[in-house]
Design a protein around this ligand. Sequence first.
Ligand SMILES: C[S@@+](CC[C@H](N)C(=O)[O-])C[C@H]1O[C@@H](n2cnc3c(N)ncnc32)[C@H](O)[C@@H]1O
Length: 495
Amino acid sequence: MEVDSDADSRFQEGTRHFLDWFQSLPGATFHKDIAIEDLRSRNAGRGIVAQADIAADTVLFTIPRSSILCAATSPLKDKIPNIFDLDSEEGDDSEDEGEGSNQNSWTLLILILIYEYLQGSSSQWKSYLDVLPSTFNTPMFWTPNQLSFLQASAITSKIGQAEAEKMIASKILPVIRSHPQIFFPSSATPLSDDQLTQLAHRMGSTIMSYAFDLEQDMEIPEQLENDDEWEEDREGKTMLGMVPMADILNADAEFNAHINHAEDALTAVSLRPIRKGGEILNFYGPLSSAELLRRYGYVTEKHARWDVVELSWSLVSSALQPKLQVQPEPWEKISTLVQHNEEFEEAFVLERQSPDPSSTGLLEESASFTSLPDELGEQFKLCLKVCKKVTEGRNDIAALALNDKDFRKKLYLETILEAVMQREEEYGATLEQDDQLLRSGLPDEREKMAVWVRRGEKQILREAQVWINTQLEELRDRPTEQQEDEGRAAKRRKL
Ligand SMILES: C[S@@+](CC[C@H](N)C(=O)[O-])C[C@H]1O[C@@H](n2cnc3c(N)ncnc32)[C@H](O)[C@@H]1O
């Protein structure tokens, strides 16, 4: 108990120091009617809550650009200037020694954060660093048992643990090891490679869930205003940065505040009236539950409208083969030829049509499943063509499908329906079982989030099945091409 209350008072003290530090920054403002609150009871860490009714378009707080921790403000720039010369594309983690530093904006910010962290109380950002997290709920930190709760969700292949280890070993450790006197002040004990790797993981995860893309708002010279190349160049220069206070805002799919990027400062502004006691919420983008979990380590009900599920081509192909009545050997050849097509896709994303939130942060239109991906239809048609070719035109079903639009559509819908049902089987638990689990209340928060993610994916599969069945019914009720021709002929005879 005593330990808990100690941790509690450290938490509150951290908040107080951070707010004092923030308010002392030249140019910073913090509205009198908002406060940083402890929202740990609902697993939301710190958040900002209105203490009185707030009108729309109110500036909630102002963050001077000079207080943002990024490549432009880091003292490391004077100490190791060459690492600031970014040579890679965003997200490129190749190890090629290019002309630049071999860093990208992501790895550079990790180095910047590690440097500040190791400076301890001499860091200008100490009070801010103290309120950043040291543990995370993102799947990167889950146990194998917790991960198993995600079942067949495609998120399991996107966690990126191995890639992160490789990036840290090739881009982070070498820089720190070559400049020990810069990273480790004389008062500090140097860290082992293992400890540094842990620290880099921590900073990488912090960036993933806290950093902002900083629009640079550079003046565009008039003569270049309509020049696409200049635009691209400018986009390439987006800088990642840690923005104190803006990152204390939690977020949801319905939100009431927005961060505006101006030349000297960033401002948080209310998008609509906020009632006393209401949490001030930002928006992280139209992310699926799986993506929200992967990047931020939480899920919300409202984000489920953007849930997606991946359908592999191999499931579609397995459902199609018996329908086309092709033997395994020629089918192997057909599959290889399809895969050699330069636009071949291994998997397709099934999703709802889900309109964005309104300009005031409200979800005004519902989301619904209205179509299969066009690329899936294209690849299906290509497969029929290849089948016809490989079987030298002797495959009557493929030939008929290629010539008769309705027949092809029916074959397509029936094949995808089967593949979608197979996809659902891959999860190992049904949607109803997931609902039951969620209702009964899982004790482990991570397991609960995993069930929420996989349940959302199954829900899309169910909606896809309903939509496909409706399409098939419409097709059955519609006159065939032949009936339409006969109808037209009869009309002509009548005339
Ligand atoms: C930018 S921070 C927001 C501030 C954070 N709550 C804190 O205490 O530092 C993003 C993190 O906050 C948490 N978070 C944000 N929005 C949330 C929400 N609606 N519900 C629960 N947690 C949320 C997640 O852990 C996420 O990774």
